[in-house]
Ligand binder design. Sequence first.
Ligand code: SAH
Length: 214
Amino acid sequence: MRSREELVEHLKRSGIRDEKVLKAFLKVLRGEFVPEEEREYAYNDTALPIGYGQTISQPFTIASMLEMLRLERGLKVLEVGTGSGYTAALIYEITKSPVYSVERIPELAERARKTLRRLGYNEIYIFVGDGSGGLPQYAPYDRIIYHAALPKIPSPIIGQLREGGIVVAPIGDLHYQDLVAYEKRGDKLVEIERREGFVFVPVVGKYGFRSYHF
Ligand code: SAH
């Protein structure tokens, strides 16, 4: 695909329905978030390497996650796994509110920070460190999105979500995950939606996988 318009038509045909999500994909230039040599593939519906063994996810996968998050203007969002910063920009285009994003690899965080600053996203705050247990300093959040695979939702997350808030994460083993959305009701997380069959890079950290290989 050559353009954002073609990519969005493709996402619609693939079953993405949330107009706010589709509009965000029209707005954000994915080409700005991928390395120079990948730029010609920026609007293909594929994951692309961004260095350090990590990838910018497939657009269909990101669209699925954002749809499951049920984003609206005004919501405060935490993302774990900044990567290129592309997803954080998509989130901001919907919420128009501060987005907090944690990345484990300092070089990726720095590059994402620069890209976002260059594009004028001043309300996306990037932190370096292990975000597997969330980011308690700025809690509570309305929405939390894990952009890397986990065996289960880490226990500190419930305390960082507002009542009625939603967390979306790829849950499974190292080779296969389901995208699962949970809503916080009282002191419980209740599963509200599941979409099967995704493959993410693993969360590496306290609440991630104990061992993994690339
Ligand atoms: N959202 C990104 C893609 C994320 S890929 C984008 O739009 O480009 C997953 C990212 O999660 C990788 O960059 C990886 O380094 C990061 N990650 C893995 N474990 C982490 C952890 N414990 N804390 C923060 N980031 C982590």
